[in-house]
Structures are given as structure tokens and as C-alpha cells.
Design a protein around this ligand. Structure first.
Ligand code: SF4
Ligand code: SF4
Length: 136
């Protein structure tokens, strides 16, 4: 069975320049799509990836990453919509490149679909009441 998942990898400083992701392709026959890459102020590497392949190979690849010292998070845990703060102004709908927000025409409320989010961070700055948060 094939799987496709979006994950966040946190690399310790010693692994930032290692070809760890290439090993996923070569050794486990996985396909990847980099959605975001950055180095944090503490010089930790951060990579948001879409990873695809056979379930068995995917599990082996994840195991390899963990053994290498990389921390893995599911993407959906990282961006949150604080409904108490949200004023449903709609600013995030126009700015989001992944169409992760939707306006419910009947209630005039904005809904966030974290499955679509690619953690670009644009809505964090654009949201007037700071209702969108990223947790890395
Ligand atoms: S920009 Fe912020 S306040 Fe406005 S709809 Fe989006 S999440 Fe809500
Ligand atoms: S972080 Fe980017 S992709 Fe995710 S909801 Fe905000 S604007 Fe959309």
C-alpha cells in the first residue's frame, strides 16, 4: 500500500549538511517534495516534506531518520487556529497559497483546514488578532 504524508523534520546542527534525505530515495525508494526548508537561530535545520512511497519502505525510512537523530512531527500539529481570537476577517483566505481557509457563506465564519497547510507562515503575520500560531 502506498502512503503520502507531510512531516516536519528537525535536524540537529551536526546533520544539517549531511545528505540524509538522499538516502530516503536511494535506500527506501521514497519520493519527496520539499515544502519548506530553513535554519533556526539555534542553527537547527528544519524541513517540511511531503514523503511518498510503499508503506513498508516509508516505515523503514522514518526509522532510519529517527536513528540518525532527527526529530519528526506530523505537520498537522504545527499550525493552529485559535478560534477564540479569530474575528473572521478573512485576511488569511486571500493570503494562503494552499487554500487552507474557507469562508462558510451561511455563518460568515472562517474555517481552517490544517490538512492543506504547507506551513509557509504567511497567515501568522497577516492575521490582525494573531489567531494563527506555528509550534515548531
Ligand atoms: S486573518 Fe486571523 S482573524 Fe482573520 S479570519 Fe484569518 S485567522 Fe481569523
Ligand atoms: S501557514 Fe501558510 S499554508 Fe498554512 S494556513 Fe497559513 S498561509 Fe496557509
Amino acid at each position: 500500500m502506498a502512503v503520502s504524508k507531510r512531516i516536519v523534520l528537525h535536524f540537529p546542527r551536526r546533520l544539517v549538511e549531511q545528505p540524509v534525505i538522499c538516502r530516503l530515495v536511494k535506500d527506501y525508494d521514497l519520493e519527496f517534495n520539499i515544502l519548506k526548508a530553513s535554519i533556526t537561530p539555534e542553527e537547527e535545520g528544519l524541513l517540511v516534506l511531503e514523503l511518498k512511497g510503499a508503506q513498508k519502505e516509508y516505515d523503514k525510512g522514518i526509522n532510519f531518520l529517527l536513528k540518525s537523530g532527527i526529530k519528526i512531527q506530523s505537520l498537522s500539529q504545527d499550525v493552529t487556529h485559535n478560534e477564540e481570537r479569530c474575528t473572521h476577517c478573512g485576511a488569511c483566505i486571500t493570503i494562503c497559497p494552499a487554500d487552507a481557509f474557507e469562508l462558510d457563506i451561511q455563518t460568515r465564519r472562517v474555517k481552517f483546514n490544517n490538512e492543506k497547510c504547507v506551513v509557509c507562515g504567511l497567515c501568522i503575520k497577516a492575521c490582525p488578532p494573531r489567531a494563527m500560531e506555528v509550534h515548531f
